[in-house]
Write a protein that binds this ligand. Sequence first.
Ligand SMILES: *[C@@H]1O[C@H](CO)[C@@H](O)[C@H](O)[C@H]1NC(C)=O
Ligand SMILES: *[C@@H]1O[C@H](CO)[C@@H](O)[C@H](O)[C@H]1NC(C)=O
Ligand SMILES: *[C@@H]1O[C@H](CO)[C@@H](O)[C@H](O)[C@H]1NC(C)=O
Length: 260
Amino acid sequence: MTRSVDFPLLILAVTALSLSPLLGVAGKFSDDLKPIRREVYGGGKIFDISHRYTPEMPAWESSEGLASFLRLAASMKNGSFANVSEMKLSVHSGTHVDAPGHFIDEYYDAGFDSDSLDLQTLNGPALLVDVPRDKNITAEVMESLHIPRGVRRVLFRTLNTDRRLMFKKEFDSSFAGFMTDGAKWLVENTDIKLVGLDYLSFAAFEESPATHKVILAGRDIIPVEALKLDDVEVGTYSLHCLPLRLVNAEGAPTRCILIK
Ligand SMILES: *[C@@H]1O[C@H](CO)[C@@H](O)[C@H](O)[C@H]1NC(C)=O
Ligand SMILES: *[C@@H]1O[C@H](CO)[C@@H](O)[C@H](O)[C@H]1NC(C)=O
Ligand SMILES: *[C@@H]1O[C@H](CO)[C@@H](O)[C@H](O)[C@H]1NC(C)=O
């Protein structure tokens, strides 16, 4: 039991130490104490392509967004010696990965969860491409993109980014995504092992289960969904995605960045 006491005390001590230069004589914070929130770091080299988790971000088939997914379980204002937040949300919220168990029940039972995903697939050179805005990603569209063999990670920017769908609270089932024949074409004709898209599902709503199954069947392709691909130029980057190690979960929220 001592651990559960030591841990918050340690945090408190570290926080007090690191904040001490900001505290005035009376121990109060200065009025201009504001965090910097950014999309780009390192003087234009590091792009954050993950979305912020907020109550207003869209959630699957909901008109209410994520709503009150986060709450302050213990608060200093109410006498606790630290602020401690708790969250409750679908693992397919915001920027996230799918694990093979998401649409294939045998894989779920066998333990192909978010902890089983290959970090080598999730990290490495990646291509960001723009896809035609007037179609979903069909076999024909895939073929027209001329993605060279050997390319293992591709982020597909679609009409979803132009429509700013991830910034709209209300779920929109008309989002652009892979059709089943496009997914089949990808599996059969490319070396792509990471498929990134810019709304809550990489698969178009209409054919979502079948399309997921095509991509997840081989257990070697990882969909990364709800990426924030605004204001990033088409081209090659180093991609880094680190999903949470949620044992038994068929998906996980993830932070993803691109480095130039
Ligand atoms: C702790 O939570 C309160 C809300 O009860 C908030 O107003 C305050 O800023 C938080 N304090 C710190 C140190 O984060
Ligand atoms: C503090 O406690 C009051 C009374 O129980 C409650 O109404 C309020 O929501 C609490 N505030 C926080 C930030 O936990
Ligand atoms: C993509 O498919 C969805 C249905 O899943 C449809 O509503 C939408 O209009 C299609 N988008 C385009 C650009 O054809």
